[in-house]
Design a protein around this ligand. Structure first.
Ligand code: CTP
Ligand code: MG
Length: 237
């Protein structure tokens, strides 16, 4: 645990199918500079002060991830590789079950390879300070809410709008508590963990400013942006 008396665990989510990417292999395994996208997030967390890492993948990819990625690149903080579920929140839930006793969890999308060690450290210190936090960036465009026929129906004030990224960081016990309530409620419209905290706990998530470069690889054009990021930052090794 180093200088800190709190244990921090990272859960890296890589159990998606990547349907919007329309590639044969799930996007987390597409290569950038000769290494799978998933590797870059694992490397950043490995180099950070987090104590251990839980990797969540599809059942059929566990062996490949353990052998080729975790062992292959010597990622010593990855304590286990577990199977995810059909929805992102089930993958998070499985990751939470796999955690050994811990104080805080950082939930991160493997599809965000440009996460930096600096932003991970800010997430760690912020979650210890505020109890729940997420990285995000102020939106640059005006955001319009539309109806089913694509008519604009509302324009929320831009200065209050942020795009939310990962890692999203919580007290382990509080997140598990919120998840148990959500599961009882049988909801299906959940897209991230801060939503669950908002709905089921009397707790606010602090939004801390991250980088626009911490984008989520979602569609094919995102790959070029990520490639440029690593070229510019000479981070590939
Ligand atoms: N994820 C997961 N388990 C799921 C769904 C998603 O672990 N059942 C992970 C993805 O691997 C990704 C992150 O959550 O790292 C963010 O999800 P998203 O970008 O939506 O990825 P996919 O669900 O794989 O892509 P798509 O929605 O286009 O199918
Ligand atoms: Mg998805």
């Amino acid at each position: 645990m180093g200088m800190r008396d709190k244990k921090v665990t990272a859960i890296i989510l890589a159990a998606g199918k990547g349907s919007r990417m329309q590639s044969d292999v799930p996007k987390q395994y597409l290569e950038i500079d000769g290494k799978p996208i998933l590797y870059y997030s694992l490397r950043a967390f490995e180099q950070s002060s987090v104590d251990d890492i839980i990797l969540v993948t599809r059942q059929e990819d566990i062996e490949y991830c353990q052998n080729d990625i975790v062992d292959g690149y010597g990622l010593s903080k990855v304590s286990c590789v577990v199977a995810g579920g059909d929805e992102r929140y089930w993958s998070v839930w499985n990751g939470l079950q796999a955690c050994e006793k811990t104080d805080y969890v950082l939930i991160h999308d493997a599809a965000r390879p440009c996460i930096t060690v600096e932003r991970i450290e800010e997430s760690v210190s912020s979650v210890i300070k505020w109890g729940a936090c997420t990285l995000g960036v102020p939106v640059k465009d005006t955001i319009k809410q539309v109806d089913d026929n694509n008519y604009g129906v509302a324009t929320p004030i831009r200065k209050y709008l942020w795009q939310i990224q990962t890692p999203q960081s919580f007290s382990y016990d509080q997140l598990v508590d919120a998840y148990k309530k959500m599961i009882q409620d049988k909801v299906t419209d959940i897209t991230d963990d801060t939503m669950i905290i908002e709905r089921y706990l009397d707790l606010k998530t602090k939004v801390i400013q991250g980088d626009y470069s911490n984008l989520k690889v979602t569609t094919p054009e995102d790959l070029d942006l990520v490639q440029n990021f690593f070229k510019k930052n000479k981070k590939s090794c």
